[in-house]
Design a protein around this ligand. Structure first.
Ligand code: AMP
Length: 420
């Protein structure tokens, strides 16, 4: 124990559990890689204005949760609370929308930061894998992303998740709905804070988790009933394409998301084994975001899936990922000469693609075999003085316990063939 602990709301990923995180990231990325999405990495911090304008001045993320700071050089920066604004900023800056195919399809994986009240499933530092398809208005693109997320979760073995789907309308129909909702909210018995929110961002009141508020929202007008014909047709097409792919979803007319940039299609993936922090991922269409951050009109759609909560969801369902042992061969030298010879063998094995580890620190046979056991290696190589004289090494099968002497010059080929 040192004097220091991980900061509040954060935790460390340690082996062996950290392997699960890598596997989840990999599983989410795999369907994207296979669908034309290219990898993008952006800085961990951006100009604070990018998020204020992109995510929305009135959102909790910007008003309460952002790690914003001024640098010694006087720049106003913020640790990124989400990925979309940064990815779009980077794509516009590099002119990807002019030089390549539209849509520009990108995926990312990284750390995000929100100053939230920590609890299980809600952290101040968390990981997402995300995807953005920039510069096309096509219901098939919205459907593609929903289908790929479903595929990612299923490939991990997750079953008890649900997909919630809604349309938030566009700049034609949403303002009309907004007015109607505001009029309705003004007539309710709400606290001052909520009334203020109703004036700035009435849709977000629908998302209020408090029962006292939810009880009053029963008769609230629904956006569904205000969608313009274009939005209705678009949404219907998304629903049909997703359904045709065999992906089951629920229409959720009250689904709004905590970010202001969404238009038309919005969706969330929720897992029923997670308690209050049930959203494992979410996304939607953000046709106006590019213009909000000073770019051209570029209708786009994307999602971000939370890695931390996906791992919790796997645990809640009791899904054990099949994680292959990281070490296949563990080498145990007995004596100085053996150390030199065997260390060279380990290097050779590694060069040949065999995952190998070594008993470091001059351990005796007993402690070294214990280390071999812990490593999960299928085979141990034991080399003593007599073996050196005879030009062999002892190959021990850690599962059967069977031990055979193999010629020093044959051992690499022998292990390669045994490990397939
Ligand atoms: P959002 O952009 O807020 O919809 O976040 C997308 C996904 O990221 C969520 O569904 C969560 O899985 C994950 N996420 C967001 N905030 C946190 C947090 N504070 N801690 C852990 N995961 C989070």
């Amino acid at each position: 124990m040192s004097t220091f602990k991980a900061p509040k709301g954060t935790y460390d990923l340690l082996p062996p559990d950290s392997a699960k995180f890598l596997a989840v990231r990999e599983a989410i990325a795999a369907p994207l890689r296979g669908s034309g999405y290219g990898y993008i990495e952006t800085p961990g911090f951006e100009n604070v204005e990018l998020f204020a304008r992109g995510v929305g001045e009135s959102t909790d993320i910007v008003t309460k949760e952002m790690y914003a700071f001024e640098t010694k050089g006087g720049d106003r920066l913020a640790l990124r609370p989400e990925g979309t604004a940064s990815v779009l900023r980077a794509a516009l800056e590099a002119n990807l929308h002019k030089t390549g195919n539209l849509p520009v399809k990108l995926w990312y994986s990284g750390s995000y930061y929100r100053y939230e009240r920590p609890q299980k499933g809600r952290y101040r530092h968390f990981s997402q894998v995300g995807a953005e398809a920039i510069g096309a208005e096509d219901p098939a693109l919205d459907a593609e992303l929903i289908i790929l997320a479903d595929q990612a979760y299923r490939s991990l073995g997750l079953r008890n998740f649900r997909i919630l789907l809604n349309s938030l309308g566009d700049k034609e129909c949403r303002p009309v709905y907004r007015e109607a909702l505001q009029t309705f909210l003004r007539g309710l018995d709400l606290d001052e804070d909520t009334l203020r929110r109703a004036e700035i961002n009435p849709l977000r009141v629908l998302d209020d988790k408090r029962e006292s508020v939810q009880k009053q929202l029963g008769g609230a007008p629904l956006l569904r009933d205000y969608l313009c014909d274009a939005c209705k047709a678009y949404h219907e097409e998304v629903r049909e394409l997703v359904t045709a792919a065999g992906v089951v979803f629920e229409d959720d007319p009250k689904l709004v998301r905590g970010l202001d940039y969404y238009t038309r299609t919005t969706f969330e993936f929720v897992h029923d084994g997670l308690g209050s922090q049930s959203a494992v991922g979410g996304g939607g269409r953000y046709d106006g975001l590019s213009e909000m951050i000073g770019g051209p009109a570029l209708p786009s759609v994307g999602w971000a899936l939370g890695v931390d909560r996906t791992v919790l969801a796997l645990e809640a369902e009791g899904v054990e990922l099949e994680l292959p042992a990281t070490t296949s061969v563990f080498a145990v030298p007995l004596g100085d000469e053996a150390r030199r010879v065997l260390f060279a063998k380990v290097t050779e094995l590694r060069k040949n693609g065999v995952a190998a580890d070594f008993a470091f620190g001059g351990k005796g046979l007993k402690a070294a075999m214990k280390a071999a056991n812990r490593s999960g290696a299928r085979y141990a190589l034991v080399l003593g003085e007599r073996d050196i004289e005879q030009g062999v090494v002892q190959l021990k099968d850690m599962e059967s316990g069977e031990q055979t002497a193999v010629g020093m010059n044959e051992i690499v080929a022998e292990l390669e063939s045994r490990l397939g």
